[in-house]
Design a protein around this ligand. Structure first.
Ligand SMILES: *Cc1c(COP(=O)(O)O)cnc(C)c1O
Length: 429
């Protein structure tokens, strides 16, 4: 059996209707921005393998750290025990996070980081003897696929089957240009009508919704409103964290500081799963008591895995180095040039850029279909041209590893342009 045949016999993939989807491509090797499949074809990983891999595939420095840690202390339980990599990573994260952040709770992935934040928000009020159970989130937000994370997510294809079993969440519009006032008004209404525990948001960029962007100024106002009404704020930086927006965190663009922050994806440089939920001292204090029932009864077997923590520490070093910071600026400058060009394209409705992210919306009727015909046509075009891009709705976006070369990036831009010409020729746009 080939790998693809074996896969079809035994495996079940993410977000996949196996009856109608293409056979998955079997990847056998990765180096820097490139991946190789079992037939020797190469692909430029232009979305950093779902936004996790900034420093390149099979990074030697991270591999060395993993080996050193695996051969000294690979893992130890995190109930009643602690270890150097967790202490050092927590200290290093708190040094670079907004200065109100004071405690770090580790878990395994973005969804669990959100799950923990949601549970902390609920229990924070419970411990204070106050009943506040409604959450506020953006329309089309994405916060993960476990139950609480799914509840605060707004992509209906992902959540409809579970609609009746979810937490109470009220949605407010994404404060994109022109929608700022509507968003603020809706937030004030919701706070007046409901007993709200927390507002959770993807700061500045809603990734899974198609890299929808909004300004830091309006987010500052939303956080301020929440603060005035004792509604906790949770910044889900799972996608935006570690340089994607041009700064280390999207929250670095803000004057206000959220009460909690969720981190994962690029935390370990795209190597192994690890995540963190960070909180203020005031939140931690609501759980700090002689009464055991006030404690946060949440844990994961592999939480604070030493190997993950050691790799994450090295990843933070790589990100801070001049070379990587120069890469962020280089990619952003090139994206701006590309976006300016595409803005004039007759088939492009609008473009946007922030940090290493560039997105463009095609001029097509919005069918609201997450995996519609145009999207599938584009996806196949990219794969057959050796580029990994996953358009959403009518949005094409690029979020490359920071070490992508200029030549590779030019190739990605070129293939995007060719894909639009191809759709035009086929009469699809
Ligand atoms: C990917 C993502 C998540 C979920 O992370 P997983 O590791 O896939 O569970 C949560 N929030 C945001 C903003 C994300 O982009």
């Amino acid at each position: 059996m080939t790998l693809s045949e074996k896969d079809q016999r035994y495996l079940w993939h993410a977000y996949t209707q196996h009856k109608t989807s293409d056979t998955p491509i079997a990847i056998v090797k990765g180096k820097d921005a490139l991946l190789w499949d079992e037939n020797g074809n190469t692909y430029i990983d232009a979305i950093a393998s779902w936004w996790v891999n900034p420093y390149g595939h099979s990074n030697e420095r991270l591999a060395r750290k993993a080996y050193e840690q695996l051969t000294s202390l690979e893992h130890v339980l995190f109930g009643g025990f602690t270890h150097q990599p967790a202490c050092d990573l927590a200290e290093a994260l708190l040094k670079i996070l907004p200065k109100n952040q004071s405690k770090v709770f580790f878990s395994d992935n973005g969804s669990t980081a959100v799950e923990v934040a949601v549970k902390i928000a609920l229990q924070y009020y419970y411990n204070h003897g106050e009943k506040r159970t409604t959450f506020i989130a953006f329309e089309e937000a994405f916060h993960g696929d476990t139950f609480a994370a799914m509840a605060v997510s707004g992509i209906s294809l992902y959540t409809t089957a579970f609609q009746d079993q979810l937490l109470k969440v009220v949605r407010i519009p994404i404060p994109e240009k022109g929608q700022e006032e509507a968003c603020k008004q809706r937030l004030l209404e919701v706070i007046a009508q409901e007993k709200c525990a927390a507002f959770i948001f993807e700061p500045l960029v809603l990734g899974a919704a198609g890299m929808r962007m909004y300004a830091p100024e309006v987010l500052d106002e939303l956080i301020q409103i929440c603060r005035e009404h004792q509604v906790l704020t949770i910044a889900d930086e799972v996608m935006t964290g570690f340089g994607k927006t041009g700064k280390t965190f999207a929250c670095d663009y803000l004057k206000q500081m959220p009460d909690m922050i969720c981190l994962s994806k690029a935390l370990t440089g795209g190597t192994i799963p690890l995540s963190a939920t960070t909180t203020t001292e005031a939140i931690y204090e609501a759980f700090y008591s002689d009464d055991i029932s006030k404690a946060l009864f949440h844990g994961h077997t592999f939480m604070a895995n030493p190997t993950g923590c050691a790799i994450a520490l090295e990843s933070l070093k790589i990100l801070a180095e001049e070379e990587m910071q120069a890469n962020l600026k280089r990619i952003h400058a090139r994206h701006v040039t590309f976006a300016d060009k595409m803005d004039k394209h007759p088939k492009v409705a609008r473009t946007r850029t922030l940090g290493v992210i560039v997105a463009l919306d095609l001029k097509v009727p919005d069918t609201g279909e997450y995996y519609g015909a145009i999207r599938n046509e584009l996806y196949r075009f990219y794969i057959s041209h050796g580029v990994i891009l996953r358009p959403v709705y009518h949005t094409i976006y690029i979020l490359p590893p920071y070490i992508i070369t200029d030549k590779q990036l030019d190739r990605v831009y070129q293939v995007v342009e060719e894909s639009i010409a191809y759709l035009s020729q086929k009469g699809l746009i």
